[in-house]
Each structure stands twice: as structure tokens, then as C-alpha cells.
Design a protein around this ligand. Sequence first.
Ligand SMILES: Cc1cc2nc3c(=O)[nH]c(=O)nc-3n(C[C@H](O)[C@H](O)[C@H](O)COP(=O)(O)OP(=O)(O)OC[C@H]3O[C@@H](n4cnc5c(N)ncnc54)[C@H](O)[C@@H]3O)c2cc1C
Length: 437
Amino acid sequence: MPRSVRPGTPPRRKRKKTMRNKGTGAYEIAVIGGGASGLFAAAAAAEVARRNGLPAHVTVYEGNARVGKKILVTGNGRCNLTNEKMGAAYYRGATELFEAVYARFDRAATLAFFEDAGLFTRADFAGRVYPMSNQAASVLDALRGVCAERGVREEVSSKISSLQRQGGGFLLNGAFYADRAVVACGGRAAPVHGSDGSGYALLKGLGVTVTPLYPALTPLHIKDFTRSLKGIRAAGAVTLKSGGKTLARAAGEIQYTDYGLSGIPAMQVSRFAAQTLAEGGEVLAYVDSAPEVSPEELTERLLTVRKNHPAMTAENLLAGFLPKRLGTVLIGACSLSPAREIGALHENAVAKLVSAVKRTKYAVASVRGFADAQVTAGGVPAEEIDETTMELKKVKGLYVCGEIADVDGDCGGYNLQWAFSSGAVAGQAAARSLLGR
Ligand SMILES: Cc1cc2nc3c(=O)[nH]c(=O)nc-3n(C[C@H](O)[C@H](O)[C@H](O)COP(=O)(O)OP(=O)(O)OC[C@H]3O[C@@H](n4cnc5c(N)ncnc54)[C@H](O)[C@@H]3O)c2cc1C
């Protein structure tokens, strides 16, 4: 597919630091932040302008030396860009905002955008959609290619640290004028990729509210964690409780580390732990290492094996359905010897083992911080955003998209889908608002 600019060579133009973009006769649309949502917003704004013959320059101001740095590390470098299972149930925070925005630009529209750009995708067994190339770089290249074709300019190494109202528009860093601006700076998660939270400061400076922020999709620190579990990966489910109330539950592969629990189930529930701990609550994580079987079924199975193979060791009994090292730790937690013959186990001991397998209790000390988090919980609340346009109600002409809004999704492509949907809606609306003026 022909592209006016090859991905990898951004169409950079040296700009004099004046208000020179005013007076060109064309409208200026500034997108602050060249991540997933910002690039999508820019592509969408440029397309509306092109289709309607609107004279407009769309410029992405990116603090890093290149756009889309975070996209490259998503999905372990493969970029899980969306999911076949979609809906508000996979999101937290302002779920009603997600629903309204997603109704305007959904997964099908997202995949059509990428398909048109020559990016083919495939879904795995869990519905997670990846590029067929299995390389996140393909997604970034496709996005940048479309942006370049549509004439979007990239201003890299251009961190925006001030955003002020100026006439009917905005002044960025006291130098660049924009008739419309889209704040797509991301949240505070993984700041090494550029999202250092500076977008919130830009918005707060204009009177916009930001709800408390918590790291989400991040591992759990466990009090007095058994280090001998380190390195084990095992299927399981994590149920998070506080004051007897269940906060969240997630299943998948648990990764045991030297400080606690990681892997998708632990990360999935982490936002609830972060919020509850910040509010002074106590948080317990119960791990079920055999979620496919009920306690009764497991008890019955273990008693049958005990009856038929009394000389089997306790260690081998659990090794029949758990990684051996995990089983040994659980047996130790029941004050039993791994070498104990199971024929000699009293029914109470079997019940204890079942309880250890189905309900190991861990006290959550904290969650890993923003540096290790994949996403930010909290942000600009739904009440301050027009759900049909992503325009801020308090600041006309200013739009937000992506993680900076109070929407966070589960693991599985949900956060990028939000970035794409909200970016498309914000970009289109910013350009449309200039039509017929
Ligand atoms: C390791 C990791 C893996 C992930 N994997 C997945 C996955 O597979 N699927 C999924 O759905 N989600 C995944 N996510 C989450 C997903 O990447 C983010 O939710 C999504 O990228 C958010 O997009 P965004 O555009 O809002 O913000 P970002 O992608 O963070 O982009 C914001 C951009 O704005 C720039 N910026 C910030 N402040 C300024 C400023 N003041 N001036 C100029 N530029 C600025 C930043 O440098 C950055 O380039 C992952 C996240 C991480 C950290």
C-alpha cells in the first residue's frame, strides 16, 4: 500500500518557536501525546478534515524522541490490540463512558481500520487479537503509515508542559497555537515509555478534575511471602477479599515471585487491592490452585487415591495435579511431611490439604507501583467528559482520550481497544467541530 512517508522516517519539520501556526489560513489541531490513543485521534481528525475539504493541520506533539514507544512493548512485544469478547464487564471506572464511546467506534471499526492499512490480525483461544506478524511494530507501523498518508505531522522530543486558553483555542508551551487540542498523554503507568502523568497537570491547570490514581494490572506484594515458591507458574484463581467482602476474582496462570503473586490473575485484581489499601482497608488474596474442581470433588478424589494407593507419599499425591514444588509447599503449610504415606493420613489431614489447595490465604501488603503497572486506574471522570465527543465539559475545544480518562480494562486487549475507540471519537469530534465555521 502506498505511503507518503515510510514508517520510521517521521515527517518532521523544523518549527520556529513562535505562534507561527496562527495565520496560515488552516485550522490547527494539536494532539498531545503520540501513543495508541493520540495516533488514532490524529488519524481520525485528519480523515474528517480530508473528507470534508477542511483546511487543517493535524500535529502530534510527542515528548519522546519517537511516537508509540509503549505500543512496542504491549502483549510481550506482540501487541494484543483488542479482544473478540468485548463489553463493559471487562472495564472498571467510568464503564458507562466506555459503553457510549465504544458504541460509536467498536472493535469491528478498529479492525477495519487496521485491515485497510494492510495489518492482518488473528485471535487466540481466549479471543485475544494479535497482528498476524506477531510483532507489535506492525501495529505501530500501520498507525504511523495511515497518519503520514493523511498528512499528520509528528513533532517528536516535544514535551508539552503548559497548555493555556488563547482566544478560541489553546497555546501549547507558550509557542504553538491550536484551534482544537486533544490530550492523549496516557496515565502514570510505565513512565519509562513516556507516560509520566504530566497530562494530568495540563488538565488540572485548566480546572479539570482528576480522580485518585492507582496502579492497575500490576503484581501483588504479599506479607511474609514463602520465597520457596519463587519461579513457579501454575494455573489458579485469585479471589481478593476485604472485611469479608469479595472485591474481585480472576483465573489464569499465577506466577509466584520472590515478593508475591504475579501473572494475569494477580494483575487483574490488583486495582481493587491498590484502592482498598489506599483507603486504609485490609486485603486478603485467596489462591485456588485447582479451580476446575470443587472442594468436595477434590476430597473424594484424594480419599479414593488414599484407599487404592496407601503407600503413595503425600508429595506424589499432590504432584498428580499440581507442580511438585507448589504441592510440597502446601503440604508443609499443613504441617505434614512430603514423604508421609497417605494411607496413614487422617481424614482431617486430607481436609487440611484440600483447604490448602483450594484456599491458600495471603495478606496483601501492597501492589507494585506505577513503574511496574500496565495501566492507571482513575483519571478524568465521566461527569466531566461529553460521552459523544470526548470533549471536556469545562473546557470547550479540548478533548481527552485513552488512559488519561477514568477507564481501565482487564488484561486481554481491552486497554488498547479503549485507546483506539476513545482516540477515534475524540479526533473525529475535534475536526468536525471546525466544519462550517
Ligand atoms: C508492558 C505493557 C504491556 C501492555 N500490553 C497491553 C496489551 O497487550 N493490550 C492492551 O490492550 N493494553 C496493553 N497495555 C496497556 C496499553 O498499552 C495502554 O493502556 C495504552 O497504550 C494507553 O494508550 P494512551 O495513548 O492513552 O497512552 P500511552 O500509550 O501511554 O501514550 C501516551 C503518549 O503521550 C506521551 N506524553 C505524555 N505526556 C506528554 C506531554 N506532556 N507532552 C507530550 N507527550 C507526552 C508519552 O510519551 C506517550 O508516547 C500494556 C501496557 C504496558 C506498560
